[in-house]
Design a protein around this ligand. Sequence first.
Ligand SMILES: Nc1ncnc2c1ncn2[C@@H]1O[C@H](COP(=O)(O)OP(=O)(O)O)[C@@H](O)[C@H]1O
Ligand SMILES: Nc1ccn([C@@H]2O[C@H](COP(=O)(O)OP(=O)(O)O)[C@@H](O)[C@H]2O)c(=O)n1
Length: 217
Amino acid sequence: MSAAAARKRLVIAVDGPAASGKGTLARRLAAHYGLPYLDTGLLYRMVARAMLDAGHEIRDAEAAALIVNSFDETAFPEERLRGREIGEAASVVAAMPAVRAGLLARQRRFAAQAGGAVLDGRDIGTVICPDAPAKLFVTATPEVRAARRHKELLGRGEAVPFDGILADIRRRDARDSGRNDAPLKAADDAVTLDTSALTVEEAFAAAIGIIEQRRAA
Ligand SMILES: Nc1ncnc2c1ncn2[C@@H]1O[C@H](COP(=O)(O)OP(=O)(O)O)[C@@H](O)[C@H]1O
Ligand SMILES: Nc1ccn([C@@H]2O[C@H](COP(=O)(O)OP(=O)(O)O)[C@@H](O)[C@H]2O)c(=O)n1
């Protein structure tokens, strides 16, 4: 790659806890910059879905280690991956080192595309793309995130009490932040964006401001 092309290449890493708005933001950023987008959470959700479909107990690390190297990425329509149960199951398999190792190469390959890419997840800025020039850590209070997820699940026909969603969010935060392998945390060079009081539009504008500042530096 020429020096000019390398300078123009843009990788944007978007990390943060469940329902903070990172996917919504990452998708918007990808469209704005004309970059391909990867929702890495879907990969962990696919492994969880494949485990449950095959009748495995979700904590069976040996089965997960086999599944991560054999599942068919095209076999899962997104509506089978977005439910409440799969989010929870995904965070269980995501704590298994063999699952993380099995998903690493395809995420790195995606990020290595010529023009760059936008990826969102938990460890993009820390593990997958530690050299990304632009890193955002998107947060919101647990209550705000639970309200957003509650509304989203209702819209999908999954009626769950708000308190149940809030408990899910807290449990997932604890599991994702407390695991040994690639725990959820902001990279040292990430900029934290608290979207608790921001609309989607405001969060997008703030993110563009942060990224443009990074690119100019
Ligand atoms: N700034 C915001 N204000 C209000 N709702 C938002 C905001 N950002 C995202 N949402 C909504 O919250 C829900 C979760 O957002 P999503 O981007 O899927 O989060 P994540 O990818 O972090 O889990 C979605 O229904 C989305 O439309
Ligand atoms: N890069 C990533 C992405 C997701 N995950 C795991 O996968 C689970 C589901 O991720 P997700 O991004 O689809 O979840 P939401 O934030 O959309 O609820 C998370 O709770 C994490 O445990 C991860 O460990 N690393």
